[in-house]
Design a protein around this ligand. Structure first.
Ligand SMILES: Nc1ncnc2c1ncn2[C@@H]1O[C@H](COP(=O)(O)OP(=O)(O)OP(=O)(O)O)[C@@H](O)[C@H]1O
Length: 326
């Protein structure tokens, strides 16, 4: 079996804060498996522990317990470091430099040089939509432009794995779509992308696997489709050709329902109940017009789990779980 792009077992992190070294439990026994070539969305509210996890993966923070590997190598192995491109949550660069200078400078730190580095820097500038800003110093860049430059620098040494902390933050809707498209294109070329976000629509659009982090713990993990498929809220059945007595029989199996212009519509609490309702409809001579599961969105799943965990339900994604222990 090929090595996982990211594997983490039992990652915990306790920070010590302030004069009295108050403990902040940022991560608790986190396990992660990210297959090569996948786009993995790491979602959670502010303070859930996403940046801490990412910093452990790129070797900037040491875990209090547990271990992590990139392509089978411990995260502190220099070969693991070379295999990863990292976009920090708030990238910042020497603001007197122009974007090509930034890319050449950081490329040299990764061991690149000469014409190959120049070619890569030019191509990346074009790719992240900054070639029109080549003559500006970074000081004149907007937040979105800095974010794009951050993405370009993460790619400069052509790593097989990209670890991106909130890559869409600070971008307008067009910029976000461009970054999403770039991520999908990179995955098509065989790269693995692990990114954190609290914008769930971005995750639903591009990810094939999702991990939901709350209070430093992974509360849900799996293929996006399984997370969505597992959460049918109700099933709507639309039918025609039932007389009032037959409609009343079907209604007795449903949670709600009644006449609509084309016949009757019923809402069932589960797929099983809807199947029974559909069988009865057919048995009474009715015709099925539609049988439509109403699925929970990723956002609704997340808010439900956040409520269950005691996080503020009002805005689980915007507020979040800053917790101190001890
Ligand atoms: N260097 C640090 N020292 C002390 N506490 C920290 C430190 N870094 C993070 N924390 C705390 O650890 C917890 C997790 O923070 P982290 O930044 O990993 O969360 P996050 O999910 O990335 O949040 P955000 O979306 O706001 O960036 C928070 O309670 C935070 O205050």
């Amino acid at each position: 079996m090929p090595d996982l792009a990211i594997a983490a077992q039992g990652l915990s992190k306790t920070y010590r804060l302030g004069f009295r070294a108050r403990k902040v439990q940022a991560l608790t026994r986190l396990d992660l498996s990210v297959a090569p070539g996948s786009i993995y969305g790491f979602v959670g509210p502010n303070g859930a522990g996403k940046s801490t996890t990412i910093k452990i993966l790129v070797g900037l923070v040491r875990p209090s317990a547990g271990c992590a590997t990139l392509f089978g190598r411990p995260v502190d192995d220099p070969r693991a470091r070379l295999a990863v491109g990292y976009l920090p949550e708030n990238p910042s660069f020497h603001d007197f430099m122009r974007p090509l200078e930034v890319l050449r400078y950081l490329g040299r730190l990764s061991g690149l040089s000469g014409a190959e580095l120049d070619r890569r820097a030019e191509a990346l500038l074009e790719r992240v939509g900054l070639s029109g800003a080549r003559d500006l110093t970074v000081r004149k860049f907007s937040k979105g432009m800095v974010q794009r430059l951050g993405l370009a620098q993460a790619l400069v040494h052509d790593p097989p794995l990209l670890v991106l902390d909130e890559p869409m933050s600070g971008l307008d809707p067009i910029g976000r779509k461009e970054v999403r498209d770039l991520v999908v294109e990179l995955a098509r070329q065989g790269k693995t992308i692990f990114f954190s976000t609290h914008i769930l629509s971005d995750v639903e659009t591009i990810c094939d696997r999702v991990g939901m982090l709350l209070h430093g713990q992974l509360v849900r993990e799996g293929p996006l489709q399984a997370l969505l498929d597992g959460s049918v809220r109700s099933v709507e059945l639309r039918c025609a050709g039932l007389d009032e007595a037959a409609a009343a029989e079907v209604r007795a199996l449903a949670a709600a329902g009644g006449p609509v212009p084309e016949g009757h519509a019923f809402t069932f609490p589960s797929i099983e109940a809807a199947s029974a309702g559909a069988a009865l409809t057919l048995g009474r001579g009715g015709r099925l017009l539609a049988l439509q599961p109403q699925r929970e969105t990723l956002e609704e799943t997340f808010v439900r789990l956040a409520r269950a965990s005691g996080a503020p339900a009002r805005d689980a994604l915007a507020a979040g779980g800053r917790r101190a222990v001890g």
